[in-house]
Design a protein around this ligand. Sequence first.
Ligand code: HEM
Length: 415
Amino acid sequence: MAIDAANPVPPTYPRRVGMDQVPPHVPKELIRSVGITYSPEFLADPYKFFAELPEKQPPIFYDVGMYGNYWQATKHEDALFILRHPEIFSNEGATPFPRDPDDYFYFIPQEIDPPAHRKYRNIVDPVLAPAGVAKLEDKIRKQANDLIDQFIDKGEVEFTEAFGRPLPVIVFLDIMGLPQDMRDTFVSWAMELLHSNSQERMGKAMAAITAYLKGAIADKKANPDDGVVSRIAHATFDGVPLSDKEVFGFVCFLFIGGLDTVFATLNNIWAFLAQNPDVVEQMRADPDNITAQVEELLRLWSVTFSGRVLIQDYELRGIQMKKDDRITCVLPACNFDPDVFPDPKRLNFHRPRQIVLAFTVGAHSCMGAHLARLEIKIALQEWLKRIPNFSLKQGFKPEYRPGGVVGPEAVPLVW
Ligand code: HEM
């Protein structure tokens, strides 16, 4: 039965962690423990790890991990099937972030299966649809240049601090109608929640986010404006306002989904370009191909995953899965599937068009995808125009934090 977002309750299905909780239907030969997102091998070079996953492991395997036991799917074709069949692979309860069981809420629309989730998306989609984000283009371009003005004469910069993070976060807070002076605090909460790798620290970050956002929502209810938080706070279905839990769950998920995904992507791309001047040359020589360039960079540097829970037994690729099993589509690995992207480790800005799984597909495809693509495009255009020759600071090797959004922590550049 569909969950009732106005009256949320914590999921009751088992959360399995460790070898002793591998259910009997899992074939022994498919059990692995590869440590996606946290093992030393992963953190040493996550994208080498993702690219080699389809070569080293079966297309679907059962991963016994520190944070839970999941089926992992790395074939593009399987991911499309899983993501397009919510009646088998559900989003309800599939999100790993901790919540207070006594004040439980659902992440909206992320944890609501279709068709119910559509009504929530309809509230915000006009702002984030192509026509909505196109209105932001001039503002984003100006913001990118204002940031570049601040460091271009220095000949060096820590990219993340000075550009990769502020650009999307400023844009995001503007859209949401949240104050710019909270930028660093919001970023540090999001980093704790997504990358601390500690349930205790994640819990504390969640409590801080909750307290702040509840205050912000109360303020928008009293003082409406044209930001997304206000839009959600004042939304109605058939004349009935959203409940407090629905408003909070929606605002909270946008906050989590919209903050560090874009800057992780930018960090990955800039760390790569800084080490590959020939790619920068290719891009500058072919500016009209920017859309395909962004897509190919997103293929190589997609940053996150799609987790689902089976709500019925299902056999996929001859493997019997059971209700309550969890499965992750390892999107960054699916983007290296050689059956869809021949010679997948090689960058090719002229690939035949295929679905790149950076923003997932199906009912839950990313609501911020148009905005993110526009931000990446503008960031590339403006940066490469003004700082075409840049490299990583000598001796620097990118380091990655564990967590469900993958990107280097810092990217110090010189030019
Ligand atoms: C490069 C940047 C981004 C990437 C790679 C990304 C990736 C994703 C992915 C993979 C999902 C699906 C998760 C799943 O299947 O369980 C998703 C969902 C979502 N994203 Fe993004 N995202 C990005 C930026 C943004 C931004 C900027 C926003 C907000 C302004 C945003 C809002 C959302 C929302 C609301 C959902 C849930 C949609 C639903 O469940 O119907 N994302 N994103």
